[in-house]
Design a binder for this molecule. Structure first.
Ligand code: KG4
Ligand code: ZN
Length: 310
């Protein structure tokens, strides 16, 4: 990995969530300086690239359009092959960026702001979703609970920070009963909402007084839902190489609980380096690398898609 440059968009903080139009505009403003900076850090010229890989789907269509159009233009101007990458597959393959890498087959719990999936990976080209959320994603559960606690967007990292000083057993929230390897997080959000409404009626300062315990308890509820299904997936498939990926895999409580569960169950566990968990360029590059080896190129007629089949 020669460089992994990320432009964070601060513009959304004041709105309590990502505003799609502002995201695509910030993308437009950032894309040339970011590519320049990435090349500079890597000490490379554009001409030395073997191929251009970009995120085709899923995501916010305006932002995807900016990236796709930019990648197509580079590919045409430089006469280099163009490679379309699926964002969620890239999160899974982020586990292959650095040693030690999981051997195939492996299971991956991918937890991000928009998706929660368990993936069975038999090779870089054979990734199958065997379980997923039927409503909110795990990241949304973090962010929406954080909002109810009066924390700014995105609240996931803040819940992580405050949870470290709280008691995870202080409060208990409803646990969903969902069949197979699927997840549900909308009930948890409602459970937190009603719980807080009730407590605030009795004491206006309830959240303020119990913020650390509330964060630790919400975090434990989410981790419990995730790891129960992951354990079930290992039992069903017999695959004991297990990874986590996606923005929520940056959560220190999840990382710790996952490692501990793995040790107890005799799994080989893998977690990408922190900077390869939340959205990053390196995961698109590693997926592009495998597609390059397989000569999986696309032509200029390719278009991005907000929701795409796996
Ligand atoms: O993968 P990602 O960076 O972007 C998407 O593809 O969605 O994931 C973003 C999500 C957000 O919901 C954010 O709150 C959550 O990951 N997140 C965390 C942590 N860091 C990021 N959630 C809990 N603890 C963290 N440390
Ligand atoms: Zn992501």
């Amino acid at each position: 990995m020669l460089s992994n440059y990320i432009a964070n968009q601060k513009v959304h903080e004041q709105y309590g969530g990502v505003v799609p139009e502002l995201a695509s505009r910030a993308h437009l403003q950032n894309i040339v300086p970011v590519v320049d900076a990435a090349l500079h850090t890597a000490g490379c010229q554009l001409q030395t690239a073997d191929a251009i890989a970009f995120t085709q789907s899923p995501g916010l269509i305006g932002s995807l359009l900016v990236g796709a159009q930019f990648a197509k233009s580079l590919s045409l101007a430089l006469d280099k092959p163009l490679i379309a990458v699926h964002h969620m597959q890239a999160h899974v393959l982020a586990n292959l960026i650095e040693d030690p890498k999981p051997e195939f087959p492996f299971l991956c719990l991918t937890v991000s702001g928009g998706h929660t999936q368990i993936v069975l990976a038999k090779s870089p080209y054979d990734l199958k979703v065997i379980g997923e959320t039927i409503d909110d994603a795990a990241g949304e559960a973090f962010d929406k609970s954080a909002k109810l606690l009066g924390l700014p967007y995105p609240g996931g990292p803040l819940i992580d920070k405050y949870a470290q000083q709280g008691n995870p057993k202080a409060f208990k929230f409803a646990e969903p009963q969902i069949p197979e390897l699927n997840f549900s997080f909308s009930g948890l959000k409602t459970s937190v909402l009603y719980f807080l409404q009730d407590k605030k009626k009795k004491d206006e300062k309830f959240v303020e007084k119990n913020l650390y315990d509330l964060c630790a308890s919400v975090q434990l509820a989410i981790i419990t839902i995730l790891l129960k299904k992951l354990k079930k997936a290992v039992q069903q498939t017999g695959v004991k190489n297990v990874c986590i990926a996606g923005g929520v895999s940056a959560n220190s409580g999840l990382r710790k609980a996952f490692k501990e569960l793995g040790e107890k169950q005799g799994w080989e566990t893998y977690i990408p380096k922190f900077e390869y968990c939340t959205d990053n360029a390196a995961m698109i590059a590693i997926t592009g690398y495998y597609k390059y080896l397989a000569v999986e190129f696309v032509d200029l007629s390719v278009s991005p898609s907000a929701r795409a089949e796996w």
